[in-house]
Write a protein of this length. Structure first.
Length: 502
């Protein structure tokens, strides 16, 4: 497993970093309206970057900077099945609002609406000056249907016959190439219908793999890390299972693509969008960080046993997990975890080891999930309670103990009932600070006694200051050593204690 993320930048990316995902096109449109003029990345006011830094973010992921596909835009606009979603999300939308998917990429150059290589580099410099790393996208599984590769290198794609195309046109596309008409498979996740605006790359094709490595080298010169879309689809066994019958006599490569990628750009931090239990494998192949979808599902399902199972994993593994409550692929946090659930979900996500992953609009409590092919989002009022909670939790977790301290689980004994198992309890400790976090994962009151360890002195009084609720509790060291710290939390509530001897 790789060591924690490192960067070739002049500054080191913080351990257990806070990442902020920005939908770049939508954000620029929003800023343009606010400023009364159309702006690109180069014109983003410095105060916007200052605000992100002041909130405590260490990484900005500018999602969707690459050149989008006109063909994707046409497909999304002309498909009447998309219109009800557009109507619901953005009443009064017009065709100009449909800009195509950021994951249907024509080529890896900044989209003219976003900026240029020079403006991207200038933004990176500004972020570095604020101690923030820049992440960009790499979409390795597919390209846009109007990508130049289709005309010049149809062999880079999974091929089909005309008969297959005629029998199932929703799974294939007809393309004009330099070698004549080609029938290509549309990209897909095997558990969902094919994506209608992308063509599937053939990852057993050596020349294609070499071309993608060249793209990675180009991207690496302009950022500190990349988020790799659907990274597990490139694993040799998974690719063979999905596409084996369609790729002819091409042999399975000796190495995994991600091994070759990491070797080619060893200083580039790789963040994997990963599912299906492939997280550990991807870390072994060179990724520094992987999505922790299992924790998201466990929190959403209010499943304490699943939460405990995840937190019982070695901390060396958890250090590489990207924890989140929303991203552009998930429903909005405010919709899934309304106010009465946010304290538990938000506290748990933001105080665990690994990356703490936040999404544009999450801090304001936006509830409407934005289709990524639309250029603007509907106006929503800021939820003051949600904004206040996230500002508080970000301020607390910006303290050094949450980044360089030692994390460990704490045992919880039963106290008069059998609800102790509903509590997820752990601590962060350093020479200067001690935090204890107790989260009630379920929608019923739960209680127990926390065993705080042998470092407690029986002759000392301890102050437990709950930084979430701004309440002090005084407990004797003797009680803590003999009985443990009693906690009771109401449904989906939490303690975040700053512990000090008095």
């Amino acid at each position: 497993m790789p060591s924690p993320p490192k960067s070739s930048s002049p500054f080191a990316i913080r351990t257990h970093p806070h990442l902020y995902e920005i939908n770049t096109w939508e954000w620029l449109e929003e800023l343009s309206v606010r400023l009364g003029r159309r702006i690109t990345l180069a014109e983003v006011p410095d105060k916007e970057w200052d605000s992100i830094a002041q909130l405590g973010f260490n990484i900005v992921w500018l999602m969707g900077v690459w050149q989008r596909s006109p063909e994707s835009r046409r497909i999304k606009l002309e498909n009447p099945q998309n219109h009800p979603e557009f109507d619901a999300v953005l009443p009064g939308w017009t065709p100009t609002d449909v800009v195509g998917s950021p994951y249907s990429i024509v080529q890896y150059v900044p989209d003219p609406r976003i900026g240029t290589w020079a403006s991207l580099d200038a933004v990176r410099k500004k972020l570095h000056a604020r101690g923030i790393a820049l992440f960009l996208d790499f979409v390795s599984n597919h390209t846009a249907l109007d990508c130049l590769w289709i005309r010049e290198h149809p062999e880079f794609y999974v091929q089909a016959t005309k008969e297959q195309y005629d029998q199932n046109p929703s799974a294939f596309c007809r393309a004009e190439s330099s070698r004549g008409v080609a029938y290509l498979a549309l990209g897909k996740d095997p558990y969902f219908p094919p994506w209608d605006d992308v063509a599937q790359l053939n990852h057993f094709q050596p020349a294609l793999r070499a071309a993608q490595i060249d793209i990675l080298r180009t991207i690496a010169a302009h950022c500190d890390g990349i988020r790799c879309d659907m990274a597990m689809l490139l694993l040799n066994d998974i690719f063979a299972k999905i596409w084996g019958p369609s790729i002819g006599g091409l042999a399975r490569p000796e190495k995994e693509f991600w091994t070759e990628a990491h070797a080619a750009v060893p200083d580039l931090i790789l963040l994997a969008e990963a599912y299906w239990g492939t997280e550990g494998r991807l870390l072994e192949l060179g990724f520094s960080l992987v999505y922790d979808k299992a924790l998201y599902d466990a929190i959403r399902g209010a499943n304490p046993s699943a939460v405990h199972g995840i937190l019982a994993a070695p901390v060396e593994y958890q250090n590489h997990l990207a924890r989140f409550l929303e991203n552009h692929d998930e429903e909005r946090c405010a919709a899934v975890f309304p106010n009465e659930r946010l304290v538990a979900a938000g506290t748990l996500m933001s105080t665990l080891p690994g990356m703490r992953f936040y999404h544009q609009g999450e801090l304001e409590g936006r509830k409407i999930r934005q289709p990524i092919m639309l250029q603007r989002a509907p106006e929503e009022p800021v939820n003051p309670a949600i904004r206040a909670f996230f500002e508080k939790i970000l301020k607390i977790t910006n303290e050094e103990v949450f980044h360089t301290g030692q994390w460990s689980l704490l045992p919880v004994d039963t106290e008069r009932d059998d609800t102790a198992g509903n509590l997820a309890v752990y601590q962060w400790r350093s020479a200067k600070a001690w935090k204890i976090i107790a989260v009630n994962v379920v929608g019923a009151a739960s209680q127990g006694r926390i065993r705080t360890g042998e470092t407690i002195s029986a002759s000392v009084q301890y102050d437990f200051y709950d930084e979430l609720h701004e309440v002090h509790y005084s407990r004797s060291g003797e009680e803590l050593r003999t009985s443990g710290l009693f906690v009771r939390r109401e449904p989906f509530d939490a303690h975040l204690f700053n512990v000090k001897p008095v």
